[in-house]
Design a protein around this ligand. Sequence first.
Ligand code: NDP
Length: 240
Amino acid sequence: MGRVAIVTGGTRGIGKAICEHLSEDGFTVVANYAGNSEAAQRFTDETGIKAYRFDVGDHEAVIEGCKQIESEIGPIDAVVNNAGITRDGTLLRMTYEDWQDVMRINLGGCFNLAKATFEGMKERGWGRIINIGSINGQAGQYGQVNYAAAKSGIHGFTKALAQEGARYKITVNAIAPGYIDTDMVAAVPEPVLEKIVAKIPVGRLGQASEIARGVSFLCSEEAGFVTGSTMSINGGQHMY
Ligand code: NDP
């Protein structure tokens, strides 16, 4: 059995591609999801990868979920914090609940998964933590103060935890995707999306597999000298 990797929000979109790539790399992969059991079943039928349902924003549920995975599958060596949601709106329209949900799931989820797995990685002297940030955490985005703050927080979280993990051979890195062709982007109204694509230097949306390849590299043995970094995979958009 290969090293065990968990991909949160692994049953759809970018997470699904990450699961498939890590499996090909030899990891024993498990996915996590929030509540769309139909999509999770389809995912498991298609890939043979087991999916565990728990809310990454619920601290106790994450601790219990990871314990269950470790007893059923084995010690978790790699964590990909990919689960994320949007609750967009300008500040004047955004509710406190919209703010809290996004902070709790997108940023709190990274803390919860790290808390559940870091000690085991430290004891075994090896670990990989990859946090999925966003171009909008680097550059900000109109109507996304919650999402941009949470994603920007992920980049700070990554650099701080990387310093704690380095001596135990635990690397902690982030990927900042640009606009990727998934359900999340399908929710953006067409005229808004056209304007967004016009600003991407390579002139197209990214594919989930293009993010997954970055995760593959960061999870590999060969990436042991890379920590605290953010890989921008966004068609050059971060330069503007
Ligand atoms: P999708 O909306 O396509 O899929 C989201 C996945 O996350 C689903 O598996 C969903 O589970 C899961 N999820 C959502 N909330 C929770 C939760 N509370 N606990 C556990 N799992 C949860 O997302 P994408 O693939 O588009 O995005 C993946 C990541 O990449 C996100 O962090 C996103 O912010 C980031 N990103 C995406 C970009 C894009 O253009 N798509 C651009 C930049 C960053 P379920 O199916 O049960 O709902």
